[in-house]
Design a protein around this ligand. Structure first.
Ligand code: GLU
Length: 460
């Protein structure tokens, strides 16, 4: 059987790094096993789902390098859900309930007071045809619950019914269905909650592995019962740990925090984001990778830790810098041109170590071409006059800086910071930056001379 996985976000916001983790776990799993990856848009909540978010998800996945083999949306499949609904209703497995939220809350509190588990007591199962007609005549509309298979003969005396699965991330997992209320699958207004459509889609798409966040573990107990009620093959499940922000807060699509869109706009490389999203909270070190194939090579769901993993921007910053420094020049060249910078390997080699994101190259290009404001300390006036006098003749190359500073050292007796800093400040206007040796020929003899002149004048 072909391995088939799916990533099923709801298009109610931009996907964040935690969603990327789920998408990539599925993608890498498919990649490793020669399987198929389906993108399913869980848009049954039509009030909150938008077209813009739906296309944003496709864009964000493509940026990461995830290209689904198939995509579909749940809102195109209501007729199919209605068909399964009718079947479950006919078999007495989906039943109408009329309690209001207040009534349910009251029932829960009463059970708690009697030291009973606060689960729904299935009172609606006792309603007769007339009772229901009367309630409907009062204007009440039913919501629909799935009858969990947690009893022998009498649904009013539930007994322990354990659902077991061998979780691909967490190992043996158990959910006891007698500890749960019959889940509401359809709301009073007729809209479907996520639980049932998800099972129908997974069944119809022959999904073999459901890989998703640990917040779905209880759902899995319920959904396995639904798969069984529908006579479908039960897929394998893997629940990965969730990511939190640096303060331990869960990530939410609604706030837009850590969205892939914002990370992309800040200039982060997709490989860096992917590596962090996948390696964090596992037994692997967070390390630079060149591609998703490389990430897939040692990917194993069972390496995932059980506890939540903190996502720290600082990790991304350093991982991104390493990723940028190792980029292949063929790839860099096009992006430099897009930034309006000549695709010059010498320039890239000179500045890449000082680029946290590739776009930083634009700042260094400005330092090369100017205009800049040369900086000089009054104490360095004589030294800069010597520097100007001892400038080696053109043409310049990678050795020029060495020749120049050796001559200056001999003439002035300066060394170390006292020798180099005034030159850096005069030539670049900055205290920090790339090595001056390769920068010098890029800036050019005439410009360096002008900048030294200007530095001398400014210190006058
Ligand atoms: N739409 C659900 C979510 O984003 C999908 C969960 C699942 O993968 O089954 O949480």
């Amino acid at each position: 059987m072909t391995v088939t996985v799916r990533f099923a976000p709801s298009p109610t916001g931009r996907i964040h790094i935690g969603n990327a983790r789920t998408a990539l776990f599925n993608w890498l799993f498919a990649l490793k096993s020669g399987g198929r990856f389906i993108l399913r848009l869980d848009d049954t909540d039509q009030a909150r789902s938008t077209e813009e978010f739906a296309s944003g998800i496709v864009t964000d996945l493509a940026w990461l390098g995830v290209e689904p083999h198939e995509s579909f949306r749940q809102s195109d499949r209501f007729a199919r859900y209605d068909e399964v609904k009718a079947d479950l209703v006919a078999r007495g497995l989906l039943y109408p309930c009329y309690e209001t939220a207040e009534e349910l809350d009251y029932g829960r509190r009463r059970r708690l007071a009697r030291h009973l588990p606060p689960v729904y007591d299935r009172a609606a199962l006792k309603l007769s045809e007339e009772d229901r007609a009367k309630l409907e005549a009062e204007g009440r509309r039913p919501h629909w619950r799935f009858l969990l298979p947690n009893f022998e003969d009498d649904p009013f005396t539930p007994s322990r019914r354990e659902i077991h699965w061998n979780d691909l991330c967490r190992g043996a997992e158990t959910v006891d269905l007698s500890s749960l209320s019959d889940p509401v699958l359809i709301r009073e207004d007729g809209t479907y909650l996520y639980t049932l459509p998800s099972v129908i889609d997974d069944m119809d798409s022959a999904v073999t592995h459901i890989i998703r966040g640990g917040d779905h573990i209880t759902n899995t107990g319920v959904q396995i019962a639904i798969f069984e009620a529908l006579g479908a093959n039960v897929p394998a499940f893997g629940h990965h740990n969730l990511l939190t922000d640096a303060s331990g807060e869960g990530l939410s699509k609604r706030t837009g925090a850590m969205s892939l869109k914002s990370l992309r706009e800040q200039g982060y490389e997709p490989q860096a984001v992917a590596s962090l999203a996948v390696h964090i909270g596992t037994s692997h070190a967070v390390e630079r990778v060149a591609s998703l194939e490389e990430l897939a090579a040692d990917f194993d769901l069972s390496d995932t830790s059980r506890s939540a993993a903190k996502f720290d921007d600082a990790d991304l910053v350093s991982l991104n810098a390493k990723t940028v420094h190792a980029l292949d020049f063929g790839h860099v060249a096009r992006r430099l041109t897009d930034l309006g910078i000549p695709a010059d390997p010498g320039f890239w080699q000179a500045v890449k170590g000082n680029c946290a994101v590739l776009a930083d190259a634009a700042n260094w290009w400005k330092v090369v071409t100017g205009p800049i404001t040369p900086v000089a300390d009054a104490d360095d006036r004589d030294f800069l006059a010597d520097a100007l006098r001892l400038l080696p003749p053109a043409p310049w190359d990678g050795e020029t800086f060495r020749t120049w500073t050796l001559a200056l050292k001999e003439a002035t007796g300066r060394k170390g910071r006292a020798l180099f800093m005034p030159l850096r400040l005069a030539v670049t206007g900055l205290e920090h930056g790339p090595e001056l040796a390769p920068l010098l020929p890029l800036i050019g003899a005439a410009t360096v001379k002008d900048r030294l002149d200007a530095a001398l004048n400014s210190s006058a």
